[in-house]
Design a protein around this ligand. Structure first.
Ligand code: FCB
Length: 441
């Protein structure tokens, strides 16, 4: 069982569940345009079994059922995203009315059930037409993103509870353009530097557009991975500091201090666009809260390669089916670090936390004690952060239901609800029932 009760947390504390558009909707329905994930997945070797988001969880066709399942959990908030290519199939120009109608129904359906709609504007499904123009490498993307924000907010901006422009800038920038593990699958340091900067410029532009609409409760969502040196050597400490700067400090530094860490500039400065320092006015446009996605830690050592010259190692802690170590202390320590070093009194939300496992249906039920215990130890970390006076206002679980886990296809199951990817039948897991019970208590 979940060993925590709602009454253990501050009165206005928001419990939520999270999903994203491309991972669940079924992007082949409803007139959505092609995205760079469709192209990435169609390129052999990028995605397990070349799976894509064409069908997802068939959420587009099962909206009401899924909204009822969210309501059945008793959560306060549902964090979801809208797909740029569903709203604007070519990325710019004529909107897809069917797509806008869908998001309209989604928001109204949440409100009718007493759930706060927490919107993310971009969870990685860049329209292919914009990828053709250079995607995140092209500075114009800030304006395109601002226009998309404007189009969507004219339709649903009056009813969403919170908005974050971009999910996880590290994934948009580094993972997708340096590591090459996500669309567009580049391994190019110049593209990386530009994407990392432009994603923040797009964030600030969207915040300004939404302020222009008089909107409130706007935030930023970054992901973090605790970087621990693999051994006691000075070389490992230096490599871990570099990893930490790229992964965890670059985007917070840009958003909340208007500066990038020296440890990142030492590698990326020559590749950043000219005049990047002048963009901090837009990038630091004030937000109302800061979101933190957290899953794991990584052990870092040196490497005899060009910058950033680090190597990654797996430690001794229990692993999830992603191969990620379970390390709840990192959640507590990041919450404390974020408040003390970057955001001060600004409200913080844990916008994603959860685990994958090879969950199966047996006798009509799914027993996932591993997920229940993962949630318990991470809620312990949340309580420790609250006790350390972090202004933490909510905790959202990734994910409502099993879904398309990007380059790993459909086999990494993160859901509180099991999805059969042939029949699309939903089966709430034991963790769903345990959470529902805890939230009623
Ligand atoms: C996060 C993503 C989310 C999901 C989880 C497991 O980085 O935001 O879409 O893939 O990881």
């Amino acid at each position: 069982m979940i060993t925590h009760k709602r009454s253990d947390f501050p009165q206005d504390f928001q419990f939520g569940v999270a999903t994203s558009s491309y991972q669940i909707e079924g992007h082949s329905f409803g007139g959505a345009g092609r995205t760079h994930w469709d192209d990435f997945a169609a390129t052999p070797g990028n995605v397990v079994r070349a799976e894509n988001g064409a069908l997802g969880c068939d959420h587009y066709n099962r909206l009401e059922e899924d909204l009822d399942l969210i309501a059945g959990l008793g959560v306060d908030t549902y964090r979801f995203s809208t797909s740029w290519a569903r709203v604007l199939p070519e990325g710019r120009g004529t909107p897809n009315q069917e797509g806008l109608d869908f998001y309209d129904r989604l928001v109204d359906g949440l409100l009718a059930r007493g759930i706060n709609p927490a919107l993310t504007l971009y969870h990685w499904e860049l329209p292919s037409a914009l990828a053709d123009l250079g995607g995140w490498r092209n500075r114009d993307i800030a304006g395109w993103f601002g226009d998309y924000t404007d189009t969507l907010m004219r339709r649903i901006g009056d009813r969403v509870w919170s908005v974050a422009p971009i999910n996880e800038p590290w994934c948009v920038g580094w993972l997708s353009h340096f590591v090459g593990a996500h669309a567009p699958g580049l391994r190019d340091i110049r593209a990386t530097a530009r994407a990392m900067h432009h994603v923040l410029l797009a964030h600030g532009t969207a915040i300004q557009v939404m302020r222009g609409h008089g909107m409130k409760n706007l935030g930023a969502v970054c992901n973090f991975e605790w970087a621990a040196p693999v051994d006691d050597s000075a070389e490992a400490a230096a490599a871990a500091a570099r990893y930490d700067a790229i992964y965890n400090r670059f985007f917070l530094g840009g958003l909340f201090k208007g500066e990038y860490p020296d440890l990142v500039l030492e590698g990326l400065d020559p590749h950043l666009p000219k005049g990047w320092q002048d963009d901090f006015d837009v990038i630091t446009t004030p937000v109302d809260w800061s979101g933190l996605n957290y899953y794991t830690r990584n052990l870092i050592g040196p490497a005899a390669t060009p910058w950033p010259s680090y190597s990654e190692h797996t430690g001794e802690l229990p692993l999830t089916s992603m191969g990620w170590e379970i390390y709840p202390d990192g959640l507590r320590d990041f919450l404390i670090r974020m408040a003390r070093e970057y955001t001060g009194d600004l409200p913080i939300y844990v916008t994603e936390n959860g685990m994958s496992a090879p969950d199966q249906i047996t006798g009509g039920a799914v027993d996932d004690p591993h997920r229940i215990s993962y949630l318990n130890v991470h809620l312990d970390a949340v309580k420790q952060a609250l006790a350390a006076d972090v202004p933490l206002k909510g905790y959202y679980i990734w994910s409502l239901m099993d879904n398309y886990e990007w380059a790993l296809g459909y086999e990494k199951r993160f859901g509180l609800i099991h999805v059969d990817f042939e029949s699309f039948a939903r089966t709430p897991k034991a963790s769903y029932h345990a959470l529902a019970q805890a939230l009623r208590s």
